[in-house]
Design a protein around this ligand. Structure first.
Ligand SMILES: *Cc1c(COP(=O)(O)O)cnc(C)c1O
Length: 396
């Protein structure tokens, strides 16, 4: 099973970090391996996932959308979780690991603030000190989430280097971790970073796919034909896909953000439009310019706005296990409205990309084909953005 012992998914992954972090990564990996087999840890994690976060989430048969599209659509309702997205699955798992390792301080990076909020939430609940790195530009764009983190007792540290966005915040968080590694655990928010993070985050998010498998077998008495999820760093997608990896008949589609269009250069479609490279401690695909500099990613959905992607996705793409496509801002807004109008569910702009892609399958599937979409988060956080954009109203 991948990753291998060195943290590689064949050609992708690894640990490209300063020497001082190697022992911290090894400590994390060995603690995680012990925790995974520890009944107490598993019981504790399941307790918080259920009683605090609200699992299991429903697998909802979207009847109206299905009728509209001509095949069966189910939505995995991660939007109903505490804090409004799947990120809490991972932050709960990682803070329990941090407590096992007797760390007294948590750091994290955040772009849109979603991972920052999920981290500040669990840090407040478990009473750990929490510092969140956030680009200055993002702090201005995401004032409400900054306020939320502060209400939860976290300290938000502005990052003014580079493009003052997520990738710079990650660099600063890594720098902090190098200095304070004995007392501090770094909670990475997606299936990215050096080994063992991509594996740990995938495993904590796999609860999504494990529940889905049980639920769909109960409802349909068969496995789904397609699993579809949006891909930023790739954690909600891998959480859904991974438990179905060996079920070859189940097709995976990852939807990236094409922003203003791939040819405009303003996008975040790393798998569709990127190259192989190293970013934030692992080898995967990245967005870089012709001089090899990391480009600033762009998407209307802040959670997809990242110039890298998890190494396991690069591997799935290479072996053809998953197909990766991209959807523009404009199309995602169409997906957003389509779900609101047909099902009365306002999605976050990230999964709205996956919802839009359903339209591309219209007319190509049989009436009883089953497609499951990971509804990774709810749309409350995005209403301002949609309101500003809101000229072309309502066609579905
Ligand atoms: C952060 C976020 C994403 C993107 O992150 P992944 O690691 O790719 O899942 C997607 N949807 C929502 C709602 C998010 O908050």
């Amino acid at each position: 099973m991948l990753p291998d012992r060195r943290g590689y998914f064949k050609a992708f992954g690894g640990k490209f970090v300063p020497e001082t972090l190697i022992s911290a990564l090894e400590e994390l990996e060995s603690e995680y391996k012990k925790a995974k087999k520890d009944k107490n840890f598993i019981r504790q994690l399941n307790y918080y996932l259920k009683e605090y976060a609200g699992r299991p989430t429903p697998l909802y048969f979207a009847k109206n959308l299905s009728k509209h599209l001509g095949y069966k659509v189910y939505l995995k309702r991660e939007d109903l979780l505490h804090t409004g997205a799947h990120k809490i699955n991972n932050t709960l798992g990682q803070i329990l690991l941090a407590i096992r390792m007797k760390k007294e301080r948590i750091i994290a990076e955040t772009g849109a603030g979603q991972h920052g909020v999920a981290t500040a939430t669990v840090a407040a609940m478990f009473g750990l000190k929490c510092d969140i790195y956030m680009g200055k530009e993002d702090i201005e764009r995401q004032r409400l989430n900054v306020f939320r983190m502060k209400l939860l007792g976290a300290n938000v540290i502005p990052v003014s280097s580079g493009s003052q966005t997520l990738k710079d915040a990650i660099n600063e968080a890594i720098r902090d971790w190098v200095t304070n590694v004995r007392t501090t655990h770094y909670i990475i928010g997606s299936t990215v970073g050096p080994h063992p993070y991509p594996m740990i985050v995938r495993d904590f998010q796999s609860i999504i796919g494990k529940e889905t498998k049980i639920q769909i077998l109960k409802n349909e008495k068969k496995l789904p034909d397609y699993l579809i999820a949006c891909v930023g760093g790739g954690s909600n997608a891998l959480g859904l896909f991974f438990p179905f990896f060996k079920n070859r008949e189940v097709k995976f589609i990852g939807v990236e953000a094409a922003g203003k269009g791939l040819s405009s250069g303003k996008h975040s479609a790393t798998l569709v439009g990127g190259k192989i490279g190293v970013l934030h401690g692992s080898k995967s695909k990245v967005l870089e310019d012709r001089f090899g500099q990391i480009k600033t990613a762009y998407s209307i959905a802040a959670g997809l706005d990242y110039p890298g992607v998890g190494p396991e996705h690069a591997y799935y793409q290479k072996i053809g296990r998953a197909k990766y496509v991209s959807v523009t801002d404009k199309e995602a807004l169409e997906g957003f409205r389509m779900l609101a109008l047909t099902e009365g569910i306002i999605p976050a702009l990230e999964p709205a990309h996956a919802i839009f892609y359903l339209k591309k399958l219209k007319g190509k599937l049989k009436k009883d084909s089953v497609v499951i979409v990971c509804l990774s988060g709810r749309g409350d956080k995005d209403l301002d953005i949609v309101m500003d954009y809101g000229k072309n109203q309502g066609e579905i």
